[in-house]
Design a protein around this ligand. Structure first.
Ligand code: 13P
Length: 246
């Protein structure tokens, strides 16, 4: 049984008071929140306060694979968990491109999450250049092979995948449903081939310019189990409105 997940990725947005107000507003909106797993991926400095409210799944946008050590500016899984963080994003395209995170480094993060039993969302997705060469499926396959497909089936309960085509992130240019169906069905096939039927239960989210006007058609795609939302998650009511599109 796959979870329906609606995840907010705030990226490097909002101040402490805005983050607090967001959560208050989210909790005050009177709507049925029981059928969907809502998650909030917030900047590290807000995690402790947000997690204290215990009203929502709070996750981090990044983590270092080491337990501790001389890694100035980085944060470990043990530190994240010690303030109540419940999961982490790994391999967001902004981490891969702006911070040069390699497949090998991302595999280290995946293995560290497995070691500490911390759930994670593994992000994958191609650039426009790769899509225009029609190499997107082999590119995504390589991203999965490098960091995910070595997992044991017993670790799959920790894994969620997010397909986020880079050309659709923050551009207002959403992938169309044919493109989304193709990639999500492909990822599902790769998971089945690698992990048999256990692989079929991994939730696969779509991310990239999801908003109130396109969410219904995206979430209706058979292999889409939810969304990883950037811009449209910065306002609590806009974010929650997307839940009515499932
Ligand atoms: P946007 O929804 O702003 O396109 O961002 C998507 C994303 O990168 C979520 O991780």
């Amino acid at each position: 049984m796959r979870n329906k997940i609606l995840a907010a990725n705030w990226k490097m947005n909002l101040t402490a008071s805005e983050a607090h107000d967001w959560l208050v507003e989210f909790n005050e909106i009177d709507s049925d929140k029981s059928n969907i797993e809502f998650r909030l991926y917030a900047p590290n400095i807000f995690l402790s306060d947000l997690a204290k409210s215990q009203s929502m799944h709070i996750g981090a946008q990044n983590v270092h694979p080491s337990d501790s050590g001389a890694f100035t500016g980085e944060v470990s899984i043990l530190q994240l968990v010690s303030v109540g963080t419940q999961s982490v994003l790994i391999g967001h395209s902004e981490r891969r491109s702006y911070f040069h995170e390699s497949d090998a480094f991302l595999k280290e993060k995946v293995d560290a999450c497995v070691k500490h039993k911390l759930p994670f969302i593994f992000c994958c997705g191609e650039s426009l250049e790769i899509r225009e060469k029609d190499e997107h499926l082999s590119f995504i396959s390589a991203q999965l092979s490098a960091a995910i497909l070595h997992l044991n089936t017993s670790d799959l309960s920790l894994l969620t995948i997010a397909y986020e085509p880079i050309w659709a992130i923050g551009t207002g240019q959403t992938a169309d449903t044919d493109q989304i169906n193709e990639v999500h069905a492909f990822i599902r096939k790769v998971l089945r081939e690698s992990f048999s039927e256990d692989g079929v239960n991994v939730s696969i989210l779509y991310g990239g310019s999801v908003n109130a006007s396109n969410a219904k058609s995206i979430f209706a795609c058979p292999d889409v189990d939810g969304g990883l939302i950037g811009g449209a998650s910065l306002n609590a009511s806009n974010f929650l409105e997307l839940a009515s599109s499932f």
